[in-house]
Design a protein. Structure first.
Length: 120
């Protein structure tokens, strides 16, 4: 159990480092909080909560992985290198793809509720 708690401490330090130092992490955390607030305000269903939280988890996880890849690449080769550029672009593209899909899902869930709220 001590070993698990010891390793958990490092993971939590990774979260803190990511959200304190990375602008994209801060933006995505802010958006996640706004989605959660909107979910409570608009009373989304349990299924919709699972979908929204999954989207938040995927986007933030991919951003964390992208950040780690960028830091490794910059450490290995601080100069601009065509192969490193492709690696970083692909990782960033994965984050963008997940964010676009998550945004579409959010719109599908929230737009009908906003319309209903405005019509009442």
């Amino acid at each position: 159990m001590k070993a698990f708690i010891y390793r958990l401490k490092f993971a939590l330090q990774g979260w803190v480092s990511f959200f304190q130092r990375e602008a994209n992490g801060q933006i995505q955390l802010f958006i996640a909080v706004m989605v959660i607030v909107a979910g409570f305000a608009l009373r989304v269903s349990i299924t919709e909560w699972m979908i929204l939280l999954s989207c938040i988890g995927v986007v933030i996880t991919l951003e964390m992985i992208n950040t780690a890849i960028e830091k490794i690449c910059d450490h290995v080769n601080p100069q601009i290198h065509p192969t490193i550029k492709v690696i970083k672009d692909i990782a960033a593209g994965a984050v963008l793809w997940s964010a676009v899909i998550a945004s579409i899902i959010g719109l599908i869930i929230f737009i009908p509720r906003f319309i209903l709220m405005l019509s009442n």
